[in-house]
Structures are given as C-alpha cells and as structure tokens.
Design a protein around this ligand. Structure first.
Ligand code: ATP
Length: 211
C-alpha cells in the first residue's frame, strides 16, 4: 500500500503542488492528469524518492520511503520519458544493466527473450543509437518484463509506440494490475482496465478552456 499525505513540492521558486493526499492499494492504477508543467513528472520522481518533498509524507506499507531506502526502491520501477538507455550499449546490454541496477539481475538469455517479446527480434544486439525512437522505447519498457517490482511508475509510456506495441503494453499493465501490482502513470491514452481498478488524480488548473 502506498500512502501519500499532505505532500508538497517546490521547484525553483514555484510551489507545484501542496496538501496532496491519496493512497494506492494492490491491484490499483493511478492515472495522473494535468496540463504541461503542472508537476506530473515531479510528482512521479518524488514518489520514487528521486526528488525530496518539501512537506508531507510518503509511506510504503506503513513506513516512510526514506526510512525504507533500498527496500522501497527495489519495489519500484520508474520509466521516465527519457528512456534511460545508453546509446553505445545494445538492447541486451541496456536491459541487463538496468535490471541489475533495479536489483533484479538477469542472464543474457532472459534479456534476449524479453526483447523478442517486445517485438525487437533481430535488433537485440545492435547499438541502441541506431534504433528508432519507438524501438528505444521498447528496450526501456522491456524492464517491465524482467522486473519483480510491485509499483510501476510510468511517465508517458505509450509515447512513440505503434499500435501493436501500445496493445502489448496495455496487456502487460492489465496483467500486472490483475496480479495485485500497482501502476502510476501519465498518458493521454485510455488505459484498458476495469474502471473500479483506476483512480484519477488531477494536478494544476481544471478550468475549462485552459490549455
Ligand atoms: N530543477 C528544476 N528547477 C526549477 N524548475 C523546475 C525544475 N524541474 C522542473 N521544474 C519546473 O516545474 C514545473 C513542473 O515540471 P514537470 O516536468 O513536473 O511538469 P509536467 O506536468 O510533467 O509537464 P509535461 O506535461 O510538460 O511533461 C515546470 O514549470 C518546470 O519548469
């Protein structure tokens, strides 16, 4: 269970959000909404422990995430809109490095299998610099197939993906939720899971006409 209470975050001299409270239980997905610059990425990075909140508390199974440290970070996988992959490494190498850093080291064979499932057959051992944007995204998302983290935090995960890859990502998100996992994401895409499993959170203004 993730519990957020009275959370506030300041970037530069601006307060992005304050007094933010919500919880997320096993088998639930939180869909974050908000205009550009409303603080969605900042909130996701704060929930990962990468940005320090200026007020409030984030608890994981009743304990502060800062007190839990690595015990918490091993339960979380964060995929930001920058894919976090190195151009000079192949897909296989990138996936193995990321998985090891996530705390779930994998064998070379597992990396090849995961990349094949992500539709990258024939591209597994090319340097990532020669891959298309959508292919790089697929390499980054392959982490979800080899990771046992309970909480997935995904910043615009569908960006650059074609229809088949969007469908595949929808299916792995659905499977993760049905298995009792949790997902926090921002996307302009409808997520195809049962409405009862989805919570919505709006950051920033809500006035009609605001763009
Ligand atoms: N290190 C920083 N120093 C100062 N301001 C920052 C910093 N990082 C982010 N900001 C500002 O915080 C605000 C929120 O940024 P954030 O990336 O969280 O928004 P977002 O809702 O994810 O936006 P988008 O929809 O465009 O991706 C922006 O105005 C941004 O310029």
């Amino acid at each position: 269970m993730l519990e957020v209470s009275g959370l506030a975050c300041v970037r530069g001299d601006r307060k992005l959000f304050s007094d933010l409270s919500f919880s997320l239980a096993a088998g639930e997905l939180l869909h974050l909404h908000g205009h550009n610059g409303s603080g969605k990425t900042t909130l996701m990075r704060t929930l990962c422990g990468l940005i320090k909140e200026s007020d409030g508390e984030i608890r994981w199974n009743g304990e502060s995430i800062h007190r839990l440290g690595e015990e918490y970070t091993q339960d979380v996988v964060y995929i930001g809109h920058k894919n976090g992959i190195k151009d000079d490494l192949t897909g296989v190498e990138n996936l193995r490095v990321c998985s090891a850093l996530d705390g779930y080291p994998i064998k070379e064979r597992q990396a090849w299998d995961a990349l094949e499932k992500m539709g990258l057959r024939g591209h597994e051992d090319l340097p990532s610099r020669v891959l298309s944007q959508g292919q790089k995204r697929r390499v980054a998302l392959a982490r979800l197939l080899v990771n046992q983290s309970k909480l997935w935090i995904l910043d615009e995960p569908f960006t650059a993906l074609d229809v088949a890859a969007v469908d595949f990502l929808q299916s792995i998100i659905r499977t993760h939720i049905e298995a009792g996992g949790m997902v926090i994401l921002t996307t302009h895409q409808e997520v195809n899971i049962t409405k009862e499993q989805v919570k919505e959170l709006q950051l920033g203004w809500k006035e009609a006409g605001h763009v």
